[in-house]
Design a protein around this ligand. Structure first.
Ligand code: SF4
Length: 857
């Protein structure tokens, strides 16, 4: 029997029908996705096994009882508070938490411990949007709904690779555009991405050129008298000042040609129904909040907000970033969109909680929080369901900072993570599939996550662990909930008790809802758009347009490193990394580099590139492409110390934060690049796990075990290396070595069964990797496997493009050579794109690239 739940990955918040046997389908009744799922959502069933799970508490790496672990956490936090005050402790939490988890974590820290040192990895995702919303609207309101994306006549996607990061929204827009070809899509991004394939116009702006672009738009709107004077007069302050400031910007500083600017400005000014969608490319910047306000200014000036098909739209990366915001999950907020710096708000929340105290000032934001760890201010730290030793900027510095904290507790579902490895106490949490609670997606829709699997081992839900610690600290009565329904009921009651403050977040619609039967519902009510008739949340009820100054485009000291995501992985791969299907899309860390830069640096295709910034270094496979502009690089952020030897890219990024939101500028690294002087390259497929011991290693799951891409600059003793690479014992080794060519192939067999294959060469290893992987576990003799390689008559499918149907790039290229001229034709002959559809933009790009080489430039 299937259970109605919600996908745990991105902020689209798709409904899922899940069964305990791992069967996953899109929920046709969920208004976010109407049955669609992307490749990550479709593969959820492959991520719910117990391999690597943390199943019992651990103290100092040894199994412990819950009572001992909770006692120790409570004791060390209480001791730090007693000796050094409440601000000597901190929680670092996650947009993966459910709203009920977030609610009790905030209640414990802000209302009982008395500090606001609780921040979340959502700070890395959309804090600049929160700051921009609050400055413009007076509260953190996302005014639009997903339906607006289908009703718009112009969609502007700014700093948003929707096709990979919010694929179902991308699919909804693609379907709407197909049904209404007059709809226009503009993609504003310094990089050409899969999303650009949907766009009528790709504006390849300079990094952080957004403010110059939107200030130029605002000035243009004024010039062509497109300002909605009635709306502005009735509902907006600061329009004149914002336009005056905008006129001081030079739109050409956006990096765009005058012709493209005029085309964009003409389109925007002439289209009433415009939705501007933005995400990390806007937010993860040292001027992210100003970028948000530059966008909001244009919508406020034209009154293009809150009507069907019109408005600014911040889409969140995290599945429950919005829920966290709603219950005060950031260090500078209180529950129900109330302000921590407002004494009346604080009194109301403290009174409702009956708590002994409440923090009177904002706490440490994420980056500051880990700096406080390094400086010795933080004596006890609790990290919940996130991996800051990989995901924060200056990731190695953050790992050092965590190591410096006298006591660290980590809650996670996995026994080994880069952050968990630094913990004194590990607390096992239930994972998706085992959890009950609610999440809020990017359009303010609250949905249920429902358990369809039993809690494994001794794992407990996050809300329960937090309440247990609170009880061990002496606050049992205030944290005595029978289940998440009671936590949710208290949250609703708090919302009711603070309604008189007149905030946007009104949950009265849910007051009589049966928690067990809660259906996906938007607050304050379904399909409600805010602000069409004003009603903003500044004291005078008006919005504020802000004068925004474009940053000067200072020359960097090296190449500019943009970081981001790939289609089939989520965050630090703790779940998506379990799926062989997802791992085959882009199986190793890579860096996109422009052909001219690559040529100047002597870097060839498939070389390894060494990036450095200060003391930090990283190794990445070169992907030479004109999709990045000259002087720019792009590398994904997913690889960790568990999955690679030197490829956690955020170690290379340490370039400050937005001064308003505290969000780090994760897309603005400055690095030096050079070719890594590899003396050998290798590939290994193995039935057992592969250690990341080579200088360059990137491991991934396969259907038959594991695979690894390898390289080194010291030619090793091959058998010694293999001993360190794999734990396989009791095997016989077969060799084929060509000393003249410098190549070696090794097969390990146990009895008749092939356990591992290893290939090394002085050049990047060219072989049919899928074939090598498929031989593992078969009764192919060692020498037979090596001699017959690559598989006679078999075309290597190449890197997976369609994860659902396992279709590789070489298969697709062959199909195009054989006459396929459309995405549909590729689907008909290979199956690609016929399931979740997430790969369709890549199919389109492949068709363009192969049939018209100039189109790819
Ligand atoms: Fe999950 Fe994909 Fe939907 Fe995002 S778009 S919620 S990752 S299925």
């Amino acid at each position: 029997m299937s259970v109605r739940t919600t996908c745990p990955y991105c902020g689209v918040g798709c409904g899922v029908l899940a069964s305990s046997d791992g069967t996953i389908q899109g929920d046709p009744e969920h208004p976010a996705n109407y049955g669609r799922l992307c490749s990550k959502g479709s593969a959820l069933g492959e991520t719910i096994d117990l391999d690597g799970r943390l199943l019992a508490p651990q103290i100092g790496g040894r199994r412990a009882s819950w009572d001992d672990a909770l006692d120790l956490v409570a004791e060390r936090f209480s001791q730090a508070i007693a000796e050094h005050g409440p601000d000597s402790v901190a929680f670092y939490v996650s947009g993966q938490l459910l709203t009920e988890d977030y609610y009790v974590a905030n209640k414990l820290m802000k209302g009982f411990i008395g500090s606001a040192n609780i921040d979340t990895n959502s700070r890395l995702c959309m804090a600049s949007s929160v700051a921009g919303h609050k400055r413009a609207f007076g509260t953190d309101t996302v005014p639009g709904t997903y339906a607006d994306l289908e009703e718009a006549d112009l969609i502007v996607l700014v700093g948003s690779n929707l096709a990979w990061c919010h694929p179902v929204l991308h699919q909804r827009i693609a379907a709407a555009k197909e049904a209404r070809p007059a709809m226009r899509v503009v993609n504003v991004d310094p990089r050409r991405t899969a999303t650009s394939e949907l766009a009528d116009l790709h504006l390849q702006i300079a990094p952080d050129g957004d403010i110059a672009l939107f200030n130029g738009l605002l000035a243009h709107l004024a010039d062509v008298e497109a300002i909605d004077l009635d709306y502005v007069t009735a509902h907006v302050n600061g329009c004149r000042e914002a336009i005056d400031a905008a006129r001081k910007s030079d739109p050409l500083e956006s990096g765009l040609a005058a012709f493209d600017l005029q085309e964009f400005y003409r389109l925007w000014a002439g289209t009433k129904k415009v939705v501007t969608v933005y995400s990390q490319g806007v937010n993860q910047s040292s001027c992210g909040s100003d970028k948000v306000n530059a966008i909001l200014n244009c919508h406020l000036a034209t009154g293009r907000i809150g009507t069907p098909g019109s408005g600014p739209f911040s889409v969140t990366g995290q599945p429950n970033a919005m829920g966290g915001r709603e219950v005060g999950g950031l260090a500078n907020m209180l529950a129900n969109h109330l302000d921590i710096e407002n004494a009346d708000h604080r009194d109301a929340v403290q009174g409702f909680w009956g708590s002994p105290t409440i923090s009177a000032k904002p706490g440490l934001k994420a980056v500051d929080l880990f700096e406080a760890c390094a400086s010795g201010q933080i004596k006890a730290l609790w990290v919940m369901s996130t991996n800051p030793a990989v995901s924060l900027p200056d990731a190695d510095g953050v790992a050092e900072a965590i190591r410096a904290v006298p006591f660290v507790a980590v809650t996670d579902i996995l026994e080994r993570t880069d952050t968990g490895d630094l913990a004194d106490v590990l607390l096992p949490a239930t994972g998706w599939g085992e959890k009950d609670g609610t999440v809020t997606n990017s359009e303010r829709r609250i949905s249920r996550q429902r358990a369809f699997l039993p809690a494994p081992g001794e794992a407990r839900p996050d809300w329960k662990i937090i309440c247990d610690v609170a009880a061990h600290m002496g606050w049992e009565d205030a944290f005595d909930y029978a289940g998440p329904a009671e936590v949710f009921a208290e949250y609703l009651a708090l919302s009711g008790a603070t309604r008189d403050f007149g905030r946007d977040l009104d949950l009265s619609l849910f007051a009589d809802v049966d928690y067990a039967k809660l259906i996906p519902t938007q607050w304050p009510q379904d399909d409600q758009r805010f602000f069409a008739k004003g009603g903003f949340y500044h004291p005078d009820g008006k919005a504020k347009m802000l004068p925004v100054v474009a940053p000067s485009q200072a020359a960097g000291t090296g190449l500019r490193l943009n970081t981001g995501r790939v289609r089939d992985q989520w965050h630090t791969m703790t779940r998506t990394g379990k799926s062989p299907r997802l791992g085959s899309h882009l199986a190793e860390p890579y860096v996109e580099i422009h052909p001219v830069d690559a040529g100047a640096l002597g870097i060839g295709d498939a070389d390894i590139v060494e990036l450095s910034a200060g003391r930090a270094e990283g190794l990445f496979r070169a992907l030479i492409t004109p999709k990045v502009a000259r002087g720019n690089l792009f590398a994904p952020m997913h690889w960790t110390r568990q999955r690679s030897s030197a490829s956690w890219v955020n170690a290379l990024v340490d370039v400050g934060t937005d001064p308003v939101s505290g969000q780090p500028a994760l897309k603005a690294g400055q690095v030096q690049a050079q070719r890594f002087a590899a003396s050998w390259y290798g590939f290994m497929a193995s039935a057992s796990s592969i250690e990341t011991v080579a200088k360059y290693s990137a491991v991934a799951r396969t259907k038959t075990g594991w695979q690894a891409e390898l390289a080194g600059n010291d030619r090793p003793d091959w058998l010694e290396l293999i001993k360190h690479l794999t734990s396989t014992t009791g095997t016989d080794a077969s060799f084929v070595e060509d000393r003249q060519a410098g190549t070696i192939r090794i097969a390990l067999t146990r009895g008749d069964t092939l356990q591992a294959l290893f290939f090394a060469a002085p050049e990047p290893v060219a072989l049919a990797r899928a074939h090598a992987v498929s031989l593992i576990g078969t009764e192919t003799g060692g020498l037979d496997a090596l001699a017959g390689f690559p598989g006679a008559g078999q075309v290597a499918p190449g890197a997976t493009v369609c994860a659902c149907m396992s279709v590789g790039i070489n298969t697709l290229r062959q199909a195009i050579t054989d006459g396929a001229t459309s995405v549909e034709a590729l689907g008909a002959c290979t199956g690609a794109g016929t399931s979740c559809g997430s790969c369709k933009p890549e199919l389109k790009a492949l068709l363009l690239e192969q049939t018209s080489p100039l189109a790819a430039e």
